[in-house]
Every structure is written in structure tokens, then in C-alpha cells.
Design a protein around this ligand. Structure first.
Ligand code: S3P
Length: 175
């Protein structure tokens, strides 16, 4: 992969589409460091995401998320960035991602997502009736990930298949 000014690969997608897993596998393939923007938020705040939501609300979390994303995207290092599922909701964040990185959207069906996240207690927006919350939020965010130039469906595929697909797309685009 050529080094150019877009030296980030940015993974976007709904919760549970496998962004962190795919980022880690891509990292091993490309020898670029993988970083999870949620993990950086947690580290920088010294609190879990659920605690930030509870204490300060979603709006404050989004501000912190934007700052973390901006720092990561503006660093000189080649990075694979797994973003939080709601990071794409801000126009500013979308523009930053497109300006600094190759943006790849991961998709999965609501059923596949529910299977992956149903026992998770760390995602405040899904607590309660997980199935209903996933379906509702997916409806609201129907087109939220369409801005990404590369779209990959992960449903029914192993992580290794998804990574192979992404590598092939990146190679064909001579990035
Ligand atoms: C969110 C997704 C989460 C996390 C937060 C909000 C969202 O990240 O940032 O709970 O709004 O979709 P993951 O997509 O990594 O679960």
C-alpha cells in the first residue's frame, strides 16, 4: 500500500458490525497500528462509555468522541481507526474522516447485530430491549454510513473473509 496523505484507514458502521475485530486483523496484515476510538475515549476520560453517558449525557460523549477522532486523524502515523457507531452522525466528523482516510463502512443485518451484542452491557444506547433498540436505531441511521466510498457486507462471513475482501478492494484501488 502506498504511503500518501490519506494515511488512515477508517472503519465505520453500526454497533456490532465488527469494526474493532476487523481493524485488529487488518493491522496484522498491513502492519499498521489499529486503534479503537472508543477505547481512546475511555482511556482519556478514565471512565467507561456507559458512565460518561450516564453522568454527562450523549452530547458530551459526542464532543469527546469528536476530539479523539480529530487527534487520531491528524496524527502522522499510519493508523487503522475503528470508530464508534455514532461517530458518523456529525457532518464535521464525516468530512474529517474523508479528508484524512480511506473510509470503509461495515454492514450487517439487524439479526446478526443482535446476536453479536445481546449480552453486552457496555453500549448504553442498546440497553433494555436490545432487538427493538437495534431495529429502531438502524432505521434512524439507515443512510448514515452511505458516505463511505467502500461498503462491505459482513453478514454470514468470517472475519478473515471480510479482511480478505477489504485487502482485495484496497489492492485493486492501488491505495
Ligand atoms: C455508539 C456506538 C458505540 C459507542 C457508544 C455509542 C453509537 O461504539 O461509541 O456506545 O452511537 O452507535 P461501537 O460501535 O464500537 O459499539
Amino acid at each position: 500500500m502506498k504511503q500518501n496523505n490519506k494515511c488512515k484507514i477508517v472503519l465505520v458502521g453500526f454497533m456490532g458490525t465488527g469494526k474493532s475485530t476487523i481493524a485488529a486483523l487488518l493491522s496484522a496484515h498491513l502492519n499498521w497500528r489499529a486503534v479503537d476510538s472508543d477505547a481512546v475515549v475511555v482511556q482519556s476520560q478514565g471512565r467507561a462509555i456507559a458512565q460518561i453517558f450516564e453522568a454527562e449525557g450523549e452530547a458530551e460523549f459526542r464532543k469527546i468522541e469528536t476530539n479523539v477522532l480529530s487527534d487520531l486523524l491528524n496524527s502522522d502515523e499510519q493508523l487503522i481507526i475503528a470508530t464508534g457507531g455514532g461517530a458518523v452522525l456529525s457532518d464535521h466528523n464525516r468530512t474529517m474522516m474523508l479528508d484524512h482516510g480511506i473510509v470503509i463502512a461495515l454492514h450487517a443485518t439487524a439479526e446478526a447485530i443482535v446476536e453479536r451484542v445481546k449480552h453486552d452491557t457496555g453500549r448504553p444506547l442498546l440497553q433494555g430491549d436490545v432487538h427493538q433498540n437495534v431495529e429502531k436505531l438502524m432505521r434512524v441511521r439507515k443512510q448514515a454510513y452511505d458516505f463511505a466510498p467502500i461498503q462491505v457486507d459482513t453478514t454470514g462471513k468470517s472475519s478473515h473473509t471480510v479482511v480478505a475482501e477489504i485487502i482485495e478492494i484496497l489492492t485493486n484501488q492501488q491505495l
